[in-house]
Write a protein that binds this ligand. Structure first.
Ligand code: TYM
Length: 342
């Protein structure tokens, strides 16, 4: 089997660990929706097994986070008839291939993962083994479907590169050339790294203690407008062109957010708004953000009123996912010489 035989298939995942924010939306979910077309087979996963690597939210907390993320996906436009949408723990093959990849990946590779260092912080000794092995499970998520393309934000680049290394080593070690494709990260557009609204040097993140640092998809119109009005900027007006924003990360971030929401280039934003003061630019950005985002929160609340319907969608998605994943896991076992009596 060669790589050319793999069909174009997209896989991506999001952790159910609290509200989705603008970075998740622009860097990932908005693009998931755009890729639901005939050119791709698309599989999107709520990675609940990954979510427990940094702690457990409690039984009800886990259930509501998974349902909320599903509602967010649906509210953003994911169509479960066009894409496969499911939660990871319902397809056992993820954990099974994850273990095999934990035996394929090398300690040296894992030691270089910057997200582990960021998340474990100074207390690496007390971090879970799962947090350390996290990227091996992520590689399993992708390769279990022979996915060829992975739309993600910039912070996931290293993990996708690791998935490529794991695929290469597996194919080589077990004499299975081309069995696992080498997945391509799709990190495109101006919003691959949306920054905090309070500090232009930090990425917008669920774990930032300040809620003012991010726009949540559950925020209503008032909250969105207020957070943008209060977003940190410098005293200068916008420069006339993009080059003039060098060294002004907060201003550049707002321009990039505007461009991504309006679906135009940052140059086009500067052509229209260059020279404007922030007291003029921010209300325009707020109006745009409210127009693009506020309905998502309303739609989420409507969908969440029917949790049984959400669970039904996830169950159906899990069946579709398992129908692709199980034969690939079986073939993997066969390649490795695991005896099967089925
Ligand atoms: P997670 O849940 O942290 O984030 C979900 C997606 O949102 C993107 N993202 C951002 N994009 C732009 N600007 C930001 N400030 C920003 N913050 C987050 C992330 O890059 C990601 O695309 N390890 C993954 C989940 C995962 C996965 C996978 C992804 C598990 N298995 C397989 C792809 C393929 C994560 O923690 O994403």
């Amino acid at each position: 089997m060669t790589e050319a035989t793999h069909t174009r298939r997209v896989f991506s995942g999001v952790q159910p660990t609290g509200d989705l924010h603008l970075g998740n939306y622009l860097g990932a979910v908005k693009r998931f929706v755009e890729m639901q077309n005939d050119d791709w087979e698309a599989i999107y996963c709520i990675v609940d097994l990954h979510a427990i690597t940094a702690g457990w939210a409690g039984r009800e907390g886990m259930r509501s986070a998974t349902r909320e993320l599903t509602a967010a996906f649906l509210a953003c436009g994911l169509d479960p008839d066009k894409s496969v949408l499911f939660n990871q723990s319902q397809v056992a093959a993820h954990s099974q291939l994850g273990w095999i990849f934990s035996c394929t990946a090398r300690m040296g590779w894992m030691n270089r993962m910057t997200q582990f260092k960021d998340k474990a912080g100074k207390n690496a000794e007390r971090a879970s083994l799962g947090l350390y092995a996290y990227p091996a499970l992520q590689a399993a998520d992708i390769l279990l479907y022979h996915a060829t393309h992975v739309p993600v934000g910039e912070d996931q680049r290293q993990h996708i590169e690791l998935a490529r290394d794991i695929a290469t080593k597996f194919n080589l070690d077990f004499g299975a050339e081309g069995f696992f494709p080498l997945p391509e990260p799709l990190i495109e557009g101006v919003a691959t790294r949306v920054m905090s609204l309070r500090d232009g040097s930090k990425k917008m993140s669920k774990s930032d203690p300040s809620d003012q640092s991010r726009l949540n998809l559950t925020d209503d119109a008032d909250a969105i407008a207020k957070k943008i009005r209060k977003a940190k900027t410098d005293p200068e007006p916008l420069s006339s062109d993009l080059e003039g924003l060098e060294g002004r990360p907060e201003a550049l971030n707002l321009v990039n957010i505007y461009a991504a929401l309006a679906e135009v280039s940052p140059d086009a934003v500067m052509a229209e708004h260059g020279g404007a003061s922030f007291s003029t630019f921010k209300p325009m950005l707020a109006d745009l953000a409210v127009a693009r985002l506020a309905h998502i929160g309303d739609e989420m609340r409507r969908i969440l009123a029917e949790p049984a319907e959400i669970d039904r969608i996830l169950g159906k998605g899990a069946d579709k996912a398992a129908a692709i994943a199980d034969p690939i896991l079986e073939k993997t076992h066969d390649i490795m010489g695991f005896v099967s009596s089925r």
